[in-house]
Write a protein that binds this ligand. Structure first.
Ligand SMILES: [Zn+2]
Length: 341
């Protein structure tokens, strides 16, 4: 890994068409049982090769082992009935039919640990593994048991901590929690959201990250973004609390976004994954576009703490576009690395 500006994707990458329908979010698996296990491992081999070829310094699973960034984890817990469904509004933005919490949520067995061991065995590079954050999990379910978002988040944090400790033991370098809900429920973030996140990382020695988010480039998200005004200052509510938390890295959207870049200053002292790739467009950034975003960020984050990344996941994009964007990320980081040197 380079001493400065190590690159990585923030989350998902396109899946091979034999594993799930391409260029769609959350498309169902095409395989089952043992074939699915083998298929996911093959997809990890492919995504590793793609990330290596594009010059990524930190390897992610590219969401090849998750059908959905939240529900795949929840499917492995007891206490949630996937047959019993209710319609709720997710992140105050769109209606979705979701499973119901019907009893105590517990993690009976590991979820991604075998996949993480497999990826660990394939590469000597640092690995980053993503899990959903407790608040975002709560927001993706109907709760008929605890009837308290805070209580349910605390129970989820406990299951996440169990999984995270085993991922760490499997050799994962950075464990990332995806918390798009942190950009919506500001009072709850401060009341219990960050406390639940800290419960999830309790006792970990590996690095930990949180990805807050303005979402994929899907219509519900781009429509929401259009209501946010000329300046997106949502992070302003959350960053001071994250700065004071035990989380090591914070991932945020920068390129083509209306987030005032100086908000990064609120995180001073933390490592920052700067989104220099816009996932809401199929236009491929030039290395100079990436370099320009990184230079701006360098005004507010120390060079040794800057991790160039993408704004969000790239699952809905074509493989050619995702490949081009990852290569641009690496090339842009290389430009700025030389300037700093
Ligand atoms: Zn995201």
């Amino acid at each position: 890994m380079p001493d400065l500006l190590p690159t990585s994707t923030v989350g998902s990458l396109p899946k091979p068409s034999w594993l799930a329908a391409p260029e769609q979010l959350w498309s169902p698996w095409k395989l089952q049982g043992e074939e699915l296990v083998a298929g996911r491992q093959d997809a990890l081999r492919v995504t590793l090769a793609e990330q290596n070829r594009a010059g990524c310094d930190i390897i992610c699973d590219g969401e090849q082992t998750r059908q959905h960034f939240v529900t795949t984890f929840i499917e492995h817990l007891s206490g949630v009935d996937f047959e019993k469904r209710e319609t709720v509004k997710i992140r105050d933005r769109y209606d979705a039919s979701v499973p119901t919490v019907v009893g105590p949520v517990t993690r009976e067995k590991p979820v991604f640990v075998e996949d993480a061991k497999f990826l660990r065995a394939q590469t000597g590079k640092p690995i980053k593994w993503a899990l959903p954050g407790p608040m975002t999990m709560v927001d993706t379910l109907y709760d008929a048991h605890y009837k308290s978002r805070e209580k349910l988040a605390w129970e989820f944090a406990e299951t996440l901590n169990q999984e995270a400790r085993e991922l760490e033991a499997a050799g994962v370098t950075i464990i990332q929690f995806d918390e798009p809900a942190f950009n919506v429920f500001f009072d709850e973030v401060n009341d219990w959201g960050i406390a639940a996140l800290e419960r999830a990382i309790d006792g970990l020695q590996c690095e930990t990250a949180v990805h807050i988010c303005y979402g994929y480039g899907i219509k519900a998200n781009t429509d929401w973004k259009n209501t946010l005004g000329a300046e997106w200052r949502q992070y302003e509510n959350t960053f001071p609390r994250l700065q004071a938390s035990g989380i090591d890295l914070v991932s945020l959207e920068c390129h083509n976004s209306r987030v005032p870049i100086e908000l990064i200053e609120l995180l001073r002292g933390k490592k920052v994954m700067v989104g220099a790739i816009d996932v809401a467009t199929t236009d491929i950034e030039t290395p100079e576009d990436v370099a320009s975003t990184l230079r701006k960020a360098l005004q507010f984050v120390d060079a040794e703490k800057l991790y160039p990344s993408t704004n969000c996941g790239m699952a809905p994009l074509s493989r050619d576009v995702a490949r081009g964007k990852l290569a641009a990320l690496s090339a842009g980081a290389r430009i700025v690395r030389q300037e700093i040197a």
